[in-house]
Write a protein of this length. Structure first.
Length: 57
């Protein structure tokens, strides 16, 4: 369900954060996703989670 490609993952995660979840941890809990894996994949394309904005920037 969660995209494997980092660019697609970025789009998917930011959309979900914007529309449905108040935090990355809430998203990961609900989707049973590995938060460290998501953070690591997106860091490889130079995106990092900003808690205040609740998105990867």
């Amino acid at each position: 369900m969660i995209p494997n490609d980092p660019v697609m993952l970025l789009s998917f995660i930011n959309l979900k954060l914007r529309d449905f979840y108040g935090s990355l941890s809430a998203l990961c809990d609900d989707l049973d996703a590995d938060q460290d894996e998501i953070v690591s994949k997106l860091a490889k394309i130079d995106y990092h989670y900003d808690k205040e904005r609740n998105q990867f920037v």
